[in-house]
Ligand binder design. Sequence first.
Ligand SMILES: Cc1cc2nc3c(=O)[nH]c(=O)nc-3n(C[C@H](O)[C@H](O)[C@H](O)COP(=O)(O)OP(=O)(O)OC[C@H]3O[C@@H](n4cnc5c(N)ncnc54)[C@H](O)[C@@H]3O)c2cc1C
Length: 526
Amino acid sequence: MMNASPTGGTSAVPDPDTALVWFRRDLRADDHAALYHALKRHRRVYCAFVLDTDILEALPRADRRVAFILDALRVLDADLARLSDGAGLLVRHGQALQEIPALVAALGAGALYFNHDDEPQALERDAAVGDALLARGVAVQSFKDHVIFERSEILTGSQQPYGVFTPYKNNWLKTVNAFYLSAYPVHRYAGHLATDAARIPVQIPDQTPPRMSANAATQGRAHRIPTLADIGFEPVKVNPMLMDGSDGAQRLFKEFLTRIDRYDETRDFPAVKGPSYLSVHLRFGTLSIRQLAREAHARAMQGNAGAQTWLSELVWRDFYHQVMHHHPHVVTSAYRPEYDRIQWASGPDADEMFQAWCEGRTGYPIVDAAMTQLNETGYMHNRLRMVTASFLIKDLGIDWRRGERYFAQQLLDYDLAANNGGWQWAASSGCDAQPYFRIFNPVSQSEKFDADGKFIKRYLPALEKLPPKLIHAPWTARPVELQACGVTLGENYPAPIIRHEVARMATLDRYSVVKDRKLPAGAAQA
Ligand SMILES: Cc1cc2nc3c(=O)[nH]c(=O)nc-3n(C[C@H](O)[C@H](O)[C@H](O)COP(=O)(O)OP(=O)(O)OC[C@H]3O[C@@H](n4cnc5c(N)ncnc54)[C@H](O)[C@@H]3O)c2cc1C
């Protein structure tokens, strides 16, 4: 029926027995919805990933996420080979819009399978790829995989999307059952993986001949995955604890399960190993959300408070995904339109303040330590994401979208739905956000959540000798006290760029356009 030429060349007639699975934010070989369904329905299944130049070209040349992805692809390729001898991942570097239809044609695949990616640009891309293939008689199948409940699966009694988290969560918990949490047993049909995949060269433009030889076994499978240099990127440091694709993810999760019981007590303290650090694995699908939710749900049902709180965080993740699905305007605008009336600070002074925030030079140690953590590691603790976001918006008066963009560039776990949800929560413009008159005090947040200043000292060595009573607001110390600790404000640590009390009043004023009513009595400080 066909004469597939997967190395390029002529197209083959679509063969209903052959399918291609397109991996994107689901970089694992087990419990994978699209892979499972493809293997169950077709006798010869290929797996592919496209290093999409439409995405990569916009990135800085040193980007931790690209390093993470290549590492995860290496593990995925090896895992596919473990599932079936000769199987492997086909990697292409180019525009997904071109590469996927070309690969489908070259393989003679009669069907394309992939998991949903509900970000607006991804939906557009997938629709374009789908249209191109359907026109050629190729079937296109897509599946939920990234969340437990997607799109309109959890609605109010009147079939409306939820705008408040707690009732959403209650309905989520009421609806979830073993069916939604079960793993897809990929291994059951692993014999349907195409066994000539490992012989197909990795295709990187500008490299002739292709890097991969006909015999993957003798060359070592790592050769199948391009290096950062191959695709024009520079080496970059990523915390090794977060690397090693789905293997690393499983190790990290196993370790987290030994401390999940205490999550509710420890999660807010950045100096403590409280959270799971699994966000990057959820972002790129190196772990299955079903596995995580299943383990947490089982413990939560037994009354484990840590697991209950952690499960709630996974529900927040689903919540923000459904917000983006039902209200795609949030990507560029406030969820509550009246918040787009706010006049944000702009001009050279605001730009200088923004730069100081990005670089951790605000003079507020907890903010600066958090921004340094972000810049140096690509991760920031959740409590500090709230504190730094609030500081940018409600102390510096800067548009939340600028902060959102900066986080998007820096975060290893950057996820459009969660990041946008977090920023709009801090700006009070979002779905179930904190009220606009609730303004985090960066000093009291610091005293409460990093009382000894341990986290601050980890990232700001200049403040190492400051005692707990001075470290949260060094400008309140007498010069002689600072001198004794080797700190000179304006020299080895900045003086504060703004006074919180003044900024707070300016913010309440700025936000007054949102409501025509007066401030609620006792406008709270957090
Ligand atoms: C301003 C701001 C920006 C944020 N940007 C992102 C982002 O780009 N990507 C991202 O994954 N999370 C984001 N979050 C949510 C949260 O801070 C991170 O998910 C969390 O810090 C990741 O660390 P962890 O895996 O150790 O989390 P854990 O505390 O172990 O939580 C487990 C998982 O639950 C999910 N989760 C936890 N909190 C939230 C939340 N508030 N909203 C949605 N999902 C959540 C994450 O997938 C996380 O990995 C943001 C929060 C704020 C306030």
